[in-house]
Design a protein around this ligand. Structure first.
Ligand code: GLN
Length: 541
């Protein structure tokens, strides 16, 4: 097993994840089996209990792991499925150490950060990477070098190089190269400082990737090389490019693939990027544009809906149309309600499609319901995901079936018309962490439906994350009035996809199709929405 650790210096948000995914992709396309681990130094056991508005989207894996959104990047770049073990957090490590202590595994020893916590980290990294059957494991160290909470992980990485041998463990450090002053000088001091910090804990980076607005000058590269003790061929420029999908090529053209292979003693060979290049090429050569509204609650932080955005890009490349996502913060009931609603409707009428994504909590739900109503009544293509699906049924119950006050019991436990209700198995759940209906679940699709047209098969598997469902007691009545439940769980009880055939494209799903969308393999429901939106636009709305 070869390990490539990716650390970050100066500040967060430098695209460590993209650097790691890009190197991983380049190695994969040169014939190696690659996996990835993301280390998050926070004390939460997983990302499931974290607010997307602070931390970005909670990504969901096949096994139900609720993880950092970087795992989504790895799955999409490496075209693989990871398990929740691939997201290591301080919380998970401490939990395991404390469990061992309670069991008496440490045989009377004083349990300490070094060696016990650090050993636990090393063992976890080794176990997870070995379990994946890969030859190379990318390990992205979250946070910034110098953070107190990252220390045990950096120490574990340093020790792992000693344990496994120099030729099996390498370090890639990503830093910021700011441009200052009127002459636009590229400054290397922040890089020098962060590398100094890294070296002070015994880690010498093998490669440095400098994030900069412009390509790094030759003189900048030489300076970084000199002060950071890295050959100039080991300094790479990660300057601004149109899309993150161009980063692998950007680094490859500077020779990163060969450098990594040399350093790890892996034989050289061709890197076959055709599939990826095709995707980037298609994405960049769209001839049409279509506007799709995303009506959500955390639209101020685009990372909250990152996988939706990616799923749009995947569909965009296949359909040759770029997507202008119109981010709409769902209006709140209150003083400005009616003018906010008018504002939202104005925005929606300039769009050719509407997406209402998943969510939790009452805030914004009435606004989302109004957005769905507008889409349904104006026959604008609509896709509702999880909460968006549940609210589409609530909207229908209220405005078509005439059930005033119909709601989900999540928002109104006393509603007379609980068309969405808690899953029976959730009634006994008291803990919040990792207790929803999570992960990949099979669903059976009925032929002759829109869902079947999109998926092209009768059995699908998609990832879930919810506690509520369309209330089984109401399904017959909703059906009678026009909804078709076109996919159901294997036991036939849970409604997985519902559609309204009287509209051109009005569909919702209980699962999250965005988590399984990949370049060259867009999620069928997103593809369908974009395709319908394109037709809507071509027909003049
Ligand atoms: N809050 C809803 C539920 O728990 C929807 C969840 C979601 O959209 N992910 O069922």
């Amino acid at each position: 097993m070869k390990y490539i650790f990716i650390s970050g210096g100066v500040l967060s948000g430098l695209g460590k994840g993209i650097t790691a995914s890009s190197i991983g992709l380049l190695l994969k396309e040169s014939g190696l089996k690659v996996t990835a681990i993301k280390v998050d130094p926070y004390l939460n056991c997983d990302a499931g209990t974290m607010n997307p508005y602070e931390h970005g989207e909670v990504f969901v894996l096949h096994d139900g792991g609720e993880v950092d959104l970087d795992l989504g990047n790895y799955e999409r770049f490496l075209d693989t499925y990871l398990s929740s073990d691939h997201n290591i957090t301080t919380g998970k490590i401490y939990r395991s150490v404390i469990e061992k202590e309670r069991r008496g595994d440490y045989l009377g020893k004083t349990v300490q950060i070094i060696p016990h916590v650090v050993n636990e980290i090393k063992e976890t990294i080794k176990r997870v990477s070995a379990g994946s059957g890969a030859q190379v494991c990318m390990v992205e160290l979250g946070g910034t070098v110098g953070d107190i909470e990252s220390m045990p992980f950096l120490e574990a990485a340093r020790q792992l190089q000693m344990d496994e041998g120099m030729e099996n463990v390498m370090f890639v450090h990503t830093t910021l190269v700011p441009i200052m002053g009127v002459v636009g000088e590229q400054k290397t001091k922040p890089t020098q400082h962060s590398v100094k910090e890294l070296r002070s804990i015994g880690i010498q980076p093998d490669l440095i990737v400098g994030r900069c607005e412009e390509p790094l000058d030759v003189s900048t590269k030489s300076k970084i090389s000199l002060f950071c003790n890295v050959p100039v061929t080991g300094v790479f420029s990660a300057h601004d490019v149109g899309t993150v999908y161009s980063v692998p090529k950007l680094l490859h053209n500077q020779g990163i693939t060969d450098r990594v292979r040399e350093r790890l003693g892996i034989r050289k060979g061709p890197t076959r990027m055709k599939n990826w290049d095709d995707f980037v090429e298609r994405l960049g050569s769209c001839r049409e544009t279509v506007r799709i509204a995303l009506v959500g609650k955390y639209t101020g932080l685009k990372d909250s809906y990152i996988s939706h955005y990616k799923a749009f890009e995947h569909s965009s490349a296949e359909l040759g149309a770029s997507i202008d996502v119109v981010w709409i913060d769902a209006p709140e009931e209150g003083k400005e309600w009616s003018s906010d609603l008018d504002g939202m409707k104005d925005q929606l009428s300039s769009c050719d499609g509407v997406l209402v994504p998943g969510g939790f909590g009452a805030r914004g739900t009435e606004g989302k319901i109004e957005a769905i109503r507008f889409a349904r009544e104006s026959d604008i293509p609509f896709l509702g995901i999880c909460l968006g699906f549940q609210l589409a049924v609530v909207e229908f119950a209220r405005n078509v079936m005439g059930l005033k006050g119909a709601n989900s019991t999540e928002f109104d436990p006393d509603t007379g018309y609980p068309v969405v209700d808690i899953l029976p198995e959730q009634l006994r759940v008291t803990q919040k962490g990792a207790t929803m209906r999570l992960g990949a679940q099979k669903a059976l699709v009925s032929e002759g439906t829109l869902a079947f047209d999109l998926y092209g098969k009768t059995e699908i598997s998609e990832r879930h994350r919810h506690r509520y469902e369309i209330n089984p007691a109401w399904i017959e009545r909703i059906r009678e009035k026009g909804w078709v439940f076109s996919a159901v769980s294997e036991d036939g009880i849970k409604m997985e996809v519902g559609e309204l055939p009287r509209n051109r494209f009005h569909i919702g799903c209980q699962f999250h199709p965005e988590f399984l969308s990949h370049p060259r393999r867009p999620a069928p429901l997103f593809y369908g929405l974009v395709q319908a939106a394109l037709e809507h636009r071509r027909n003049g709305g």
